[in-house]
Design a binder for this molecule. Structure first.
Ligand SMILES: *Cc1c(COP(=O)(O)O)cnc(C)c1O
Length: 386
């Protein structure tokens, strides 16, 4: 990833790319990192799964992000290679024994998440007595205000959490609690509901915790989504934390993925074919950067280029297909595009930093992992900026 351009227009003018390209603005990324670091009343741990592109992780490290939520040995190795002193939170609640061994012995990971008794015993059998290790218990509550409900897979309920937290303390480990309100979480109140339950678990178990990790879930403002802005999320979380916990003995942590990286990356695609019935075929799709379109009609901000110039006018809804031969390879919504959009035009989608290239496959021989740097990133309108 050595190519640098002033902006997307210059990329098109100089390279006329035939394949799809992610355009990363490190300036925009640094700005968003600053917003989290200065606005959130606690530690920022970047959730690497949202986008593990090394250049992006390097920029976050340079911007002052010192903690990382990792879920696999590959993510651990990636971050250690870029920032040897990073604070790694191994917050995948279910790990193979060999993964725990490697993380603890080879990569000096000292914070592990779990959500049931068997995983706790697994961790204990590998780690043994080490009072430097922090075990954070993932709990859940029966609520869901997010697009992607993550409590379906992980989390102990309140009664079980009380029992498990007492076990962590009895074994001599440092104790933490964590939750994840679900990705693309729409309500600030979801976090406070969880924080109230965390306080209840602490009170009823009699176990003091050193860390409260509120997970990720901060949303991106895709088109048409009425959402509070980031600062409102920070304020609600800070207020709720201060009401129920003492910041002198307990550290607040969050693990943003999507909202930290989304706005600094756009995806430039090209129209391979256009049919008369307002249908276009792009060179990227569901098996590439748009996997989330399978589950949810997320509407990305778009702009169209023709011959290196921005092209607009008389917008109409279009059916959008990706490049594979699979009929699943179709956008869940119909983006508004200029009525005369044609073969060879470029379509750039904003808010593509999270879960774009990170989830892309090579199905049918199409890849979606090329990056260039742009100085000036996608020009968001006020309503699509968090
Ligand atoms: C996916 C994930 C995150 C990041 O979620 P976003 O919705 O992208 O902010 C944070 N923590 C954990 C444990 C996760 O699984």
């Amino acid at each position: 990833m050595s190519n640098r351009y002033r902006d997307t227009a210059q990329l098109i003018q100089q390279a006329a790319p035939l394949e799809s390209f992610y355009c990363l603005s490190t300036e925009a990324l640094a700005r968003q990192a600053k917003r989290f670091l200065e606005g959130f009343p606690g530690v920022i741990a970047y959730a690497v799964k949202a986008n593990p592109t090394p250049e992006l992780v390097k920029e976050l490290a340079a911007s002052g992000v010192g903690a990382y939520d990792v879920a696999s040995i590959a993510e651990i190795a990636l971050v250690r290679g870029i920032m040897p002193e990073a604070n790694l939170l191994y917050d995948n609640p279910v790990k193979a024994r060999y993964e725990i061994e490697q993380a603890y012995n080879e990569y000096a990971v000292r914070s592990f998440c779990f959500d049931d008794e068997l995983e706790f015993e697994k961790l204990r059998s590998v780690i043994g007595d080490d009072s430097n290790v922090e075990l954070t218990l993932r709990f859940k509550i029966p609520t869901n205000n997010a697009k992607y409900d993550l409590s379906a897979k992980f989390g102990a309920d309140e009664e079980e959490a009380i029992r498990l937290l007492q076990k962590v303390q009895a074994a001599g480990y440092r104790c933490g609690l964590t939750f994840h309100p679900g990705s693309q979480c729409a309500k600030t109140g979801s976090y406070s509901e969880y924080i109230v339950t965390a306080a209840s678990i602490v009170k009823r178990s009699g176990v003091a915790i050193e860390t409260l990790n509120v997970g990720g879930g901060f949303p991106s403002r895709y088109i048409g989504e009425q959402l509070p802005n980031l600062e409102e999320f920070f304020a609600t979380i800070g207020q709720s934390f201060n009401e129920h916990f003492d910041s002198r003995s307990c550290t607040l942590v969050c693990e943003p993925g999507r909202a930290l990286v989304d706005s600094s990356i756009s995806l430039l695609t090209r129209v391979k074919h256009r049919r008369a019935d307002n249908t276009v075929f792009l060179n990227d799709g569901i098996y590439g950067g748009f996997m989330e379109q399978l589950f949810s009609p997320i509407v990305h901000p778009v702009r169209v280029f023709r011959n290196g110039e921005e092209h607009s006018g008389n917008e109409q809804p279009f059916t959008v297909w990706g490049p594979t031969c699979d009929s699943l390879d179709k956008f869940a919504h119909q983006p508004l595009l200029p009525a005369d959009v044609a073969e060879g035009d470029w379509i750039e989608f904003g808010l593509m930093g999270g879960y774009g290239s990170s989830t892309a496959t090579e199905f049918n021989g199409f890849t979606s992992n090329r990056y260039v740097y742009v100085e000036k990133g996608f020009p968001y309108k006020a309503e699509t900026l968090m």
